[in-house]
Design a protein around this ligand. Structure first.
Ligand code: ATP
Ligand code: MG
Length: 361
């Protein structure tokens, strides 16, 4: 069996540098490694609607934004199948069967769902669609028979839920579904990149993001305004690097080559951190360095985006073709699922023959 990847994003806004280090950068590397038979990248619009059902325009408008971000970050439609979730009805059919394997209390215990419920003020009345989106995520992963899912840390409970469903389904109906593995970023900083406000997670819903499509000026302004160590008032004061988003971003993006290129006073991040912690190093200098480091990543992304923006119809064609291909695979899996569940009545001549015999005709 070949190696298959599935991963995706909700079209609730443009993609930010948290998405980039948490998942997107990895996807591009895996895509270019040539080690994978198939790579599926899903724009999860149906999932986005579970908590944005009252704002369909937002979801509709952001599909093209996410697609442009994908292409500009280096996803290549020749190698990766980019598709739109809602256009594949087979997924919803599979989900309805998986629901039999999941209890309401199990969904309520999912820590990511718990914190998202709180963030969205759903405590007193949770939409069923929202509560059950981990089940639909299990479908997304298994419909494409993915064995590898490269995502950020917040997706860990979703993968656990998926693995449980796969295990139960296969135990009851026989080996049918592929057991997926999660692939987390290898660097702690990338697991859950904080917001520029120091908030625990950079998130489209929290308005604390540096977007891949931000202009050079916007990025500069955001970095200047970034939260650092609130007790680091004067340059000579010792500063904290732990939990300081400026240093966390450097951990996620800065390499020793960046130091050699832009700040040769330090060989690496450890040396810079030591100086900051000793005192005598101001935030402004560190932020300037961070800005240069980020621009090394963002500048080529911006340039590719400008090219793709010139041919929006072409981008929609990429999505249409990707969706067509993805649907073929989901349909195959649905047939396998229905076969395993013995609900393939019209594809089973033996069933008819047996019942004919039972009734003597
Ligand atoms: P929303 O607020 O609408 O949920 P989001 O910013 O959380 O948006 P998603 O589309 O939910 O983005 O997440 C897409 C992918 O990006 C997932 O794999 C997730 O783990 C990863 N991701 C999102 N935010 C971060 C972050 N701050 N750090 C690392 N990875 C992240
Ligand atoms: Mg999210």
């Amino acid at each position: 069996m070949g190696k298959i990847i599935l991963t995706g994003d909700r079209p609730t806004g443009r993609l930010h540098i948290g998405h980039y280090v948490g998942s997107l950068r990895r996807r591009v590397e895996l895509q270019n490694s040539g080690e994978f038979e198939k790579i599926f990248i899903m724009i999860a619009d149906a999932q986005a609607l579970t908590d944005n059902f009252d704002n369909p325009e937002k979801v509709r408008e952001n599909i093209i934004e996410v697609a442009l971000d994908y292409l500009s970050a280096g996803l290549d439609p020749e190698k990766s199948t980019i598709f739109i979730q809602s256009q594949i009805p087979e997924l919803f059919e599979i989900t309805s069967y998986y629901m039999n394997f999941v209890t309401v209390s199990r969904l309520q215990r999912n820590p990511t769902i718990k914190s998202e419920i709180q963030m969205r003020g759903f405590e007193t009345s949770i939409p069923v669609g929202f509560l059950s989106y981990p089940v639909s995520q299990a479908t997304d992963i298994t419909a494409f028979r993915a064995n590898l899912v490269p995502v950020g840390e917040d997706q860990e409970p979703m993968l656990e839920q998926t693995r449980e469903i796969v295990h139960k389904f296969n135990s009851v109906y026989g080996e049918t579904l592929v057991m997926p593995e999660i692939m987390l970023p290898d660097n702690q900083a990338c697991m859950r990149l904080p917001g520029i406000d120091g908030g625990a997670k950079m998130s489209k819903s929290l308005n604390n993001c540096i977007y891949l499509a931000d202009t050079k000026e916007e990025v500069q302004k955001k970095i200047r305004s970034m939260f650092t160590d609130p007790n680091h008032l004067r340059v000579e004061d010792p500063g904290r690097t732990e939990g300081n988003p400026v240093f966390i971003y450097l951990e996620a993006f800065a390499t020793d080559e960046h130091f050699a290129k832009y700040w040769p006073d330090y060989a690496n991040l450890d040396e810079l951190k030591a100086h900051y912690e000793r005192g005598g190093l101001g935030d402004v200098k560190v932020k300037k360095f961070l800005n240069r480091v980020l621009e090394d990543t963002l500048e080529p992304i911006r340039a590719r985006r400008a090219e793709y923006e010139k041919d929006i119809a072409g981008v929609y064609d990429i999505l249409k073709e990707g969706t067509r291909k993805a649907r073929e695979m989901a349909a195959e899996t649905l047939a396998m699922v229905k076969g395993a569940m013995k609900i393939d009545y019209f594809n089973d001549p033996e069933l008819v023959a047996r019942h004919q015999e039972k009734y003597g005709n």
